[in-house]
Design a protein around this ligand. Sequence first.
Ligand SMILES: Cc1cc2nc3c(=O)[nH]c(=O)nc-3n(C[C@H](O)[C@H](O)[C@H](O)COP(=O)(O)O)c2cc1C
Length: 355
Amino acid sequence: MPFNTALTRKLGIRIPVVQGGMQWVGYAELAAAVSNAGGLGILTALTQPTPEDLRKEIRKCRSMTNKPFGVNLTLLPALVPPDYGAYAQVIIDEGVRIVETAGNNPGPVIEKLKKANTIILHKCTTIRHAKAAARLGVDFLSIDGFECAGHVGEHDITNFILLSRARQELKVPFIASGGFADGQGLAAALALGAEGINMGTRFMCTVEAPIHQNVKEAIVKAQETDTALVLRRWKNTTRLYGNKVALDALKIEKESQTGDFKEVAPYVSGQRGRQVFLNGDINYGVRFQQRLIPPMNMDVADSYPTQVWTAGQVIGLIHDIPTCEELLSRIEKEAVEALDKSRSLYTDTPVQSKL
Ligand SMILES: Cc1cc2nc3c(=O)[nH]c(=O)nc-3n(C[C@H](O)[C@H](O)[C@H](O)COP(=O)(O)O)c2cc1C
C-alpha cells in the first residue's frame, strides 16, 4: 500500500524509508536494491576515490534500477579535504535529483546543488543545526538521534525528545534517523511528526549490502548494549560496534595523560575502515593493539591494521539478514498494521468500566 507523506510525494517513492549514506557500504548494489524495493537508496560519494569514480558508480546504479536514488555527500573536517565541489558537479552532471548532505559547513555545497534544482536531505543531530540548514534552503531535515550509528553529536539527545523538538520548532519537513529497524518504528516516527525514516545499520544487515557475511552475522548476534562511544574527548563522538579495538581505543582515550589524538588515531582511522567489511574479521588487527604510537614518518592511517566499524544501538533489534525487498515489504506491512491497530485504541462511544 503506497504511503502518502511529504517524503514519498516529493521523492516519488512508495515506502517512506531512506537508506542513509554509509562509507564503504553505500555502493550501487545496495542503493539499487533499496530503490527497487520501494525505498530511497543512496550511494555514498566518498566511498568512490575520485569524482570520476562516482560518475561510474552513478551510471552503474542507474543500470540496476529505474527508480529514484540519491547520493550522500559527507563534509567532514580533514587536513586535505576531498574536492567536494567536484563531487557535487558530477552529481549534477549525471542528473541525480536527490542528495543527502551531512557534516560541517555544508553551505557552499548546498548552494551549488540547490542552483541545479536538487532535492536536499540534510542530516543533523541538534535542532540548532537543523534550523541553520533550513535557512540554507534544504528540502528535508534528517534528524539523527543519539541512538544512531556514526557521528552522534555531543548533546546525547535521543529521538523521543529530538523528534518532538523537531516537530515543535522546524518549518521544514523532517525524517527520523537512528534506531529504526521495523514498521513499528516507522509508525512511531510518523506519529511523532516525521515524514519517514532513515536507516543505516539495518540496511548493512541485508543480503545486498556489499560487506562480509561475518559482519552481518555479528550484527544479528549483537545486543543493544554492544556499541561504544569513542572520541568524545575531541568533540567528535562516534558510535562504533563495541569490538576489542573500539574498547581499547576508549580505554586509551579515558586514561591518556596527554590527550594527544595521535594515541587513538591508529585505532579509529577511517582510511582503513573498509578492511573489516572486506575481510570479515570483526576484531580485525587486534594483535597489533599494543603499539600505541605510530613509527616516525609513517602515515597514521596506514601504520596499523587495527579496525573499528560503525553501528547503531539498533543492532539489538536486528535478528536476520533479509533481502531489501523482504525487509521493506515487512516494514510496510508492520507499519500499516501498527497504524491500523492504533485506530482501534480509541472510540467515539464511552467505554464501560468492568470494575
Ligand atoms: C557503516 C556505516 C557507515 C556510515 N557512514 C556514513 C557516512 O559516510 N555519511 C553519513 O552521513 N552517515 C553515515 N552513516 C550514518 C547513516 O547514514 C545513518 O544516519 C545512521 O546509520 C542511522 O542510524 P541507524 O544506524 O541507527 O539506522 C553511516 C552508518 C553506518 C552504519
